[in-house]
Design a protein around this ligand. Structure first.
Ligand code: GTQ
Length: 349
């Protein structure tokens, strides 16, 4: 509360008391907290150790089937956002388990999702009836509005990170969801079709019957077998960015923009012994350690990084990364949303 002379204070207090029941508030008491001079996230830096979460997820696997749960997922909720089911104010993150022989039934919703495979081989995500066979550290997209189901015909558990824009859709009160009614969407094209047609910087000619996927977003599978060699090659040939390390963004081949309307994703490589210069950006980000060990300095916090750890870096907190051994990271954020809405900012320090 702003300091006011006593008589004014009494006058204002009387005004507030009378108008509050009418759902009216004085802006001048909260303006500074509503319109901030710079971002100040209620989210905190945090880390989930993969083996720790995995143990709970396997217990969930004993307790409930994927079909029964619809999605058997443990939500990673930011300790600074209790009750939000969110890892940052705009991002959702969870770890999903599909056991051998299980299906996660077909549904669609306004929310866009990305999946980053943590463990397992040979389960699939099907988008509008087209399967992508998933391998560790593959990125798979299920854009908003498209039917998707998951299945695991392999003999081992399949676990992936779900990154969704649930809080963004909630902010706009724009959520629609429906179930198909059958567990799996009828298969529409052979598995892997998206990669054949759109995965090589080529596309079927416009208007041809071979151009089957939605025009604006035809690619939904970005394989580790593709992105990793590209990043490794970059690390041997390119000058390293002092603030990022070697970094490649996943892109939508139709326009060179982010992979989803709301979410962006990228990968980085830091050579052993390399330390980035500090950097901050307005897109709170979720990192996954793909390989290597090191540390993340997030504001005042030091977080040790080990393979498959999940780390959240809130908006505008200074991040410095240190690689003990060669460090490979995946990250997603709401940068796509912020760019579209003209909010995005970053600062190299
Ligand atoms: O796989 O469709 O973690 O709809 C949360 C909501 C996963 C999914 C989540 C979802 C999904």
């Amino acid at each position: 509360m702003v300091e006011r002379p006593n008589d004014q204070r009494a006058q204002l207090d009387a005004l507030y008391a009378d108008m509050t029941p009418r759902h009216l508030l004085p802006l001048w008491e909260s303006l500074h907290a509503l319109v901030l001079p710079e971002p100040k996230s209620p989210a905190v830096p945090w880390q989930w150790r993969y083996d720790d979460v995995r143990a709970y997820l396997m217990r969930a696997g004993d307790a409930i089937s994927a079909e029964q749960a619809e999605r058997r997922v443990l939500i990673m909720e930011n300790p600074g956002l209790p009750g939000w089911s969110a890892i940052t104010p705009s991002l959702y993150a969870g770890l999903q388990l599909v056991l051998p022989g299980e299906v996660a039934p077909c549904h669609r919703h306004s929310q866009s999702a990305l999946r980053f495979v943590m463990e397992g081989l040979g389960a699939f995500t099907a988008v509008d009836g087209e399967k992508a066979m998933m391998e560790p550290f593959d990125l798979v997209l299920t854009p908003g509005g498209q039917w998707h189901d998951h299945g695991n015909p392999s003999p081992a558990p399949m676990i992936w990170l779900d990154g969704l824009d649930i809080p963004i859709v909630r902010l706009f009160d724009a959520s629609f969801a429906e179930r198909l009614g059958t567990a799996a969407h009828p298969e529409t094209v052979p598995a892997g079709d998206t990669l054949v047609r759109y995965g090589h910087n080529l596309r079927p000619m416009r208007g041809s019957t071979a151009d089957r996927r939605p025009g604006a977003r035809p690619m939904f599978h970005y394989r580790h077998a593709t992105w990793r060699p590209a990043l490794d090659a970059m690390a041997t040939t390119a000058e390293i960015d002092p603030h990022l390390g070697h970094a490649l963004e996943f892109l939508n081949p139709t326009d060179g923009g982010p992979v989803l309307p709301t979410l962006s994703a990228h990968v980085r490589l830091l050579p052993a012994g390399f330390q980035t210069r500090p950097r901050r950006s307005t897109d709170g980000s979720v990192f996954v350690v793909v390989a290597g060990t090191g540390e993340a300095l997030v504001g005042e916090e030091t977080i040790t990084l080990e393979e498959r750890d999940v780390v959240v870096v809130p908006s505008w907190m200074t991040l410095t990364l240190r690689a003990r051994s060669e460090l490979v990271l995946f990250a997603y954020s709401d940068k796509a949303s912020q760019l579209a809405l003209n909010f995005y900012g970053e600062q190299n320090l």
